[in-house]
Design a binder for this molecule. Structure first.
Ligand SMILES: *Cc1c(COP(=O)(O)O)cnc(C)c1O
Length: 457
């Protein structure tokens, strides 16, 4: 069959409150044209993030009731542990309340001001946690991964030659570990090939540097390997996942992504000395080592989520639904980042709105218009987010994008058809969109709380 259906039916529904354009114009005005300030029940289709927004299955909801809330040694922890080990067989497992807590603990223990941490691309919380130890976070993704228009099956790959050069120049003693983010979130959810994971491992081995995987979207990455990498077409996804982690010495994970849970994360590793220190740190900041900031029922939900996320019918539908949106955008001429990644479609707002200069935030203007036109909430990733320098000066960001992130198992194809229609409508009227300005902004992270208006107001 050509039609790929959602491989689930809906047992419990969450109504969407329908709104009119007039109502939405008022809501967004009252929110100072900042989509983070909106109340989410004023949103029709919420594509702000795929993090923590997954729909849980009936099995996960059932598992919640079996959660054991004992302070120490809960059976829920052991079920969680066995689900993680089934895919990622590291010796030591440290549960955390989300991914950034795992990063914080890891880098507090292993990094200091003399260190550098290479990665294909550091996610923003990873970079911030490396830098908060005074260490340097270095991005070494391949050249194709830096250009939104280049087609490449594995745009998240590490530049192996650059990694070797970097280690030689910086000195092994200054690199406590190397990371690899799968899929490469900051690069648009682009996958990393098994060959590249293996080559990264070989370089790390040659210099005796441990390799850690930022595993947030490990299942989506495995599906891309199965679809695109020669030799893996007939390999079960579970085996691709196990092979992936066999090349690593540890991982950080946010269960809010491919854990199919609404909260949670973990840190795992083989190094006993580091693990002991990380556990001590965990007890200080998160909680005891068998719950780490999570309730027993959260651990149960993650354990079941990890079984469901490697289901191939689920992954087929998941990646197809992202590509469905991207393909239709492409057909109607909407400029997007190519190829589409696993969890989101990125509209190139600078090319969508060439009449709005970057310092008038074309991405913000487009994101606001998608909300006004159809109640869709996306996220500006561009000059509003990155343009303000620490010295107070402003520069255009590298790109001006609007990210439409697709929550897991939440929306149907009809919802996506609606999104395509709204974007088409806005594209037809694009010449009427206007530039924006900040009317109030904090010194850092201004996109979260800043206030906007139109420039000609
Ligand atoms: C989300 C994410 C993190 C951080 O996880 P949180 O659970 O949001 O703290 C780290 N790395 C990547 C690649 C992510 O996508």
């Amino acid at each position: 069959m050509k039609t790929i259906i959602e491989p689930f039916r809906i047992k419990s529904v969450e109504p969407i409150r329908m709104t009119t354009r007039e109502e939405r114009e008022q809501c967004i005005r009252e929110a100072y044209y900042n989509l983070f300030t909106l109340q989410s029940d004023d949103v029709l289709i919420d594509l702000l993030t795929d993090s923590g927004t997954s729909s849980m299955s009936a099995r996960q909801w059932g598992a919640l009731m079996t959660g054991d809330e004992s302070y120490a040694g809960s059976p829920s922890f052991y079920r969680f542990k066995s689900a993680v080990k089934n895919l990622m067989p590291f010796k030591y497992l440290i549960p955390t309340h989300q991914g950034r807590a795992a990063e914080s603990i890891l880098f507090t223990v292993v990094a200091n001001e003399t260190h550098s941490i290479p990665n294909n691309t550091h996610f923003d919380t990873t970079r911030a946690n490396v830098e908060s130890q005074g260490a340097e976070a270095v991005d070494l993704v391949i050249e194709e991964g830096r250009n939104p228009e280049t087609e490449h099956p594995f745009k998240g790959n590490m530049d192996i030659a650059a990694l070797e050069r970097f280690i030689e120049e910086r000195g092994v003693e200054n690199i406590p570990l190397c990371m690899l983010t799968i899929t490469n979130n900051s690069g648009g959810g682009q996958p990393v090939s098994m060959e590249n994971i293996r080559q990264t491992r070989e370089v790390c081995d040659r210099y005796g540097i441990p390799l850690f995987i930022d595993a947030c979207r490990f299942a989506e990455n495995a599906w891309f390997i199965k679809m695109r990498e020669p030799g893996y077409q007939d390999t079960p996804v579970v085996d691709i996942v196990r092979e992936t982690f066999s090349y690593a010495d540890g991982c950080t994970m946010s269960a809010k992504k491919d854990g199919l849970a609404n909260i949670g994360g973990w840190l795992a590793m083989n190094n006993e000395e580091w693990a002991v220190e990380c556990r001590n740190r965990l007890i200080l900041t998160e909680g005891f080592s068998t719950y780490g900031g999570l309730s027993g029922r959260d651990l149960e939900a993650i354990a079941v989520g990890l079984e469901e996320v490697v289901d191939e019918d689920y992954l087929n539908y998941r990646i197809a639904s992202t590509q469905y949106v991207a393909t239709h955008f492409d057909e109607i001429g909407v400029p997007i980042m190519k190829p589409a990644g696993g969890h989101a479609v990125y509209i190139d707002a600078r090319r969508f709105l060439p009449h709005i200069p970057p310092l008038q935030y074309p991405g913000q203007s487009l994101a606001v218009e998608l909300y006004k036109e159809g109640g869709i909430r996306g996220c500006e990733i561009g000059t509003a987010m990155f343009g303000l320098r620490p010295d107070g000066k402003e520069e255009p960001a590298h790109m001006d994008l609007v990210r439409l992130a697709i929550p897991r198992r939440m929306y149907t194809q009809a919802h996506m058809d609606y999104v395509i229609e709204v974007v088409d409508q806005v594209f037809t009227n694009r010449e009427n969109l206007r530039g924006m300005k900040f009317v109030r902004q904090p010194k850092a992270l201004r996109h979260f709380t800043g206030r906007f208006d139109y420039v000609d107001h």
